[in-house]
Design a protein around this ligand. Structure first.
Ligand code: PLP
Length: 418
């Protein structure tokens, strides 16, 4: 089960596992994110099984979906975590995650974030510049500690994905060029409070081809060989995340195909393999459930105005991303082509263009493949409370995040007394 299979029609009505989405909407209201525990578990186990005895660590990229219940589920399955902020580190710890299975990525770690991570003894810092390395060395020194570090190299590989989520080209802000990375490793003596334990790369997100992964992994192996010749004791090779999922008609490699490929490229080394999947773990395990508020016909178009918007799911507006949109109840009304739009005052506020649907006012729609970069990228734009989140476990929906209140949104604001 890769996720979609958790959302199926029974007698013309869409279910998540054995739970009626219509009943969830009636009980909890809309918009809400709904995740399937079995789909998520299954995706994790597919990754894990594909390593077939190879020493490995799956570090779930928390930014894809950082709900505590999701992190807790993954922690229980044995997952490690890839974090990009101190906030995410706190979430991991609160959710029962293991700091010793946590790696810290990102180009702009602050001193406070470094301190927090050193205090908790995380597994590794993925360092992205010499400037950062120098600060980390100082921070570790001030705490009388030694920071475990991988340099994130930029393998200069075209991931052939959306430019906003392509990270492995030499013109991107991410990583350190191969030759420069080699020089920094060789200058280890300048950083006595840093211990180089690994090498790392991450070339982008939503990759649907295997070749860029192959190319990047081969370059990483070359770097590993050079370091080995110079007697560096590299303990792990982190090949990043980025495996794509099917939103529409993409045909990304399967989890098994992808992991098997990484294992076969690196078959001659015994070092632990680390990967940082986000989207491929949670993307197809979740949907955004929304209700049609109004159908509106204009001379040019038909609009279905729904109660979810770009603040809930920004991917269509930001990347022109496609999400399949399914009616929760199939019916026999005449189908029309609709623009699926939210209530936000922006023309860019859409969830789908030109979708052929048989729908009426009040009908429910499921925005598919919304488990990754949905809730975690949501905002309060237009002072819209963020959606509720529900995790379906067996036959039971559990609220894993309450719907936000207006009071919560404005809690930190203050009128000034003049
Ligand atoms: C975002 C990110 C990931 C996860 O990417 P996915 O496409 O969701 O798998 C992994 N590693 C790093 C460093 C990231 O920034």
């Amino acid at each position: 089960m890769s996720g979609f299979e958790a959302f199926v029609y029974h007698n013309g009505e869409l279910f998540v596992e054995n739970v009626s989405l219509k009943k969830i909407a009636e009980k909890f209201g809309t918009p809400c994110y709904i995740y399937s525990q079995s789909a998520l578990t299954n995706a994790y186990q597919q990754f894990d099984a594909a390593f077939e005895g190879r020493d490995h660590l799956i570090c779930y990229a928390v930014k894809a979906n950082s709900n505590l219940a999701i992190l807790n589920l993954l922690a229980r399955l044995g997952s490690g975590f890839d974090i990009v902020s101190g906030g995410e580190l706190q979430r991991v710890i609160r959710a029962g995650g293991d700091a010793q299975k946590t790696i810290f990525s990102g180009v702009g770690k602050s001193v406070n974030e470094m301190r927090m991570a050193l205090n908790l003894n995380i597994l590794c810092f993925n360092v992205e510049s010499e400037a950062e390395l120098s600060i980390l060395n100082q921070v570790a020194k001030s705490m009388n500690k030694v920071a475990p570090v991988s340099l994130r190299v930029n393998p200069d590989v075209d991931a052939k994905t959306h430019p906003y989520i392509s990270t492995g080209l030499k013109e991107n802000k991410f990583g350190i060029a191969m030759d420069e990375a080699m020089e920094i490793y060789q200058s280890a003596h300048l950083y006595p409070h840093v211990r180089f334990t690994g090498i790392d790369c991450h070339i982008g997100s939503q990759l649907s081809l295997i070749e860029p992964f192959v190319e990047a992994s081969e370059k990483m192996l070359q770097l590993f060989d050079r370091l080995k010749k110079q007697k560096f004791n590299i303990e792990h090779i982190d090949l990043g995340g980025g495996l794509g999922i099917r939103y529409n008609n993409e045909k990304p490699p399967s989890i098994k195909e992808y992991v098997s490929k990484l294992c076969s490229i690196t078959r001659n080394i015994k070092q632990r393999l680390v990967i940082e999947p986000g989207r491929a773990l949670v993307g197809n395990s979740g949907i955004l459930l929304t209700r049609i508020e109004y159908l509106k016909q204009t001379p040019a178009r038909n609009f279905a105005i729904v109660d979810a918007a770009m603040n809930d799911l920004i991917r269509p507006s930001l990347y022109d991303a496609y999400h399949e949109i399914l009616p929760v109840e199939k019916n026999t009304i005449e189908a029309k082509n609709y623009e699926i739009v939210g209530p936000i005052c922006e023309t860019g506020d859409f969830l789908g263009h030109d979708r052929k649907l048989s729908v009426m006012n009040g009908d429910l729609l499921a925005i598919m493949s919304a488990g990754a970069y949905g809730m975690s990228m949501s905002s309060n734009y237009n002072t819209r409370p963020r959606a509720m989140e529900i995790l379906v476990v067996g036959n039971q929906p559990h609220v894993i995040r309450q719907r936000e209140s207006i009071e919560q949104i404005i809690a930190g604001e203050q009128i000034i007394a003049y």
